[in-house]
Design a protein around this ligand. Sequence first.
Ligand code: SAM
Ligand code: DTB
Ligand code: SF4
Length: 355
Amino acid sequence: MSATLAPPPAVQSAPSVQPVQLHRRAPSPATQGPWSVEAIQALLDKPLMDLLFEAQTVHRQHWPAGDIELATLLSVKTGGCPENCGYCPQAAEFDTGVKAEKLMEVDEVVRAAQAAKDAGATRFCMGAAWRAPKDRDIEKVSALIGAVKGLGLQTCATLGMLESHQAQALKDAGLDYYNHNLDTAPEYYTDVVSTRAYQDRLDTLQNVRSAGISVCCGGIVGMGEAPVHRAGLIAQLANLQPYPESVPINSLVRVPGTPLADSDPIDPFDFVRVIAVARITMPKARVRLSAGRQQMGEAVQALCFMAGANSIFYGDKLLVTGNPDVDADVQLLAKLGLNGHRTTTTEAEHAHHHA
Ligand code: SAM
Ligand code: DTB
Ligand code: SF4
């Protein structure tokens, strides 16, 4: 089993243990699900320092401090997607300059995965711009998964909507995580995409869960949504039974040519708030500070780590847009005293090192 699913108890000495003890003696009913949108909205509205303190306290109860997972993305099938997600540069309908490509070959993917591993990544996520894969696609992606898993990396894929037999095939191929985002609150979803329904997303998540694959599911903020929609997204995620093992929180990358290109950017502190509330409501999830880091600045990223983010996308590219350089990330983690490298070892490796 991976460290992600069963995090070791937080044994680090916190700067002050008192708040942790207080929290343990009197667990607040407000930190239990199911979560109402109102309760989440109330958390989002807290004074920022109170919210950060609460999120960091929850974080240290469930995770080793300073441990940041490094996950590398690769677009294995780029562009030409028939869906119309308003944020996405890969939709065929939008004129974004992204060209449609064929599915990558195994050796090319293995080279990229090996490079990611050499740079310190522990998870490798393969993305495809499909509405839903065909069974033939599943066969080909299964070969990619097997090869990447063979390198000793955790595998993740994001391929669009899945039927149960397809999820089962991916599980059999060695898939550890499937990424499928709810993206926003149900009430705002139809403003963002019209080629599929919210329920389609929920159905795929159920198929993934039933196949025994861990769920990676989050959303995007900065798409012109109201604060209540951010609360609605977190409520949906936190109330999934069980809540996702990984929760990517993306800040919209505004790509010219997409319908959402001119959205007002989210206030950076409001972004930090969303991370904090994800941490509080889903204490054992890997909360990933995802797209948008290149536009964010180091200080805001530091606040996100304070708020409980413990994973990043690591590598110079997301799927088709940019991400901070590996060197810049290594430096940032070092400056903050965070451990990006080799700290997200599996429990087996952990035991080996301490034997
Ligand atoms: N086609 C599959 C799907 O939609 O599920 C997989 C790939 S899709 C690009 C994966 C996720 O990337 C989307 O659900 C969305 O949350 C995120 N994403 C896409 N474009 C983005 C952007 N411009 N800014 C931030 N996140 C984005
Ligand atoms: C997720 O939540 N974010 C990633 C990953 N899952 C697949 C994708 C971000 C995409 C950003 C825009 C792009 O490069 O296409
Ligand atoms: Fe297609 Fe996924 Fe982009 Fe939507 S987010 S247009 S489904 S690649």
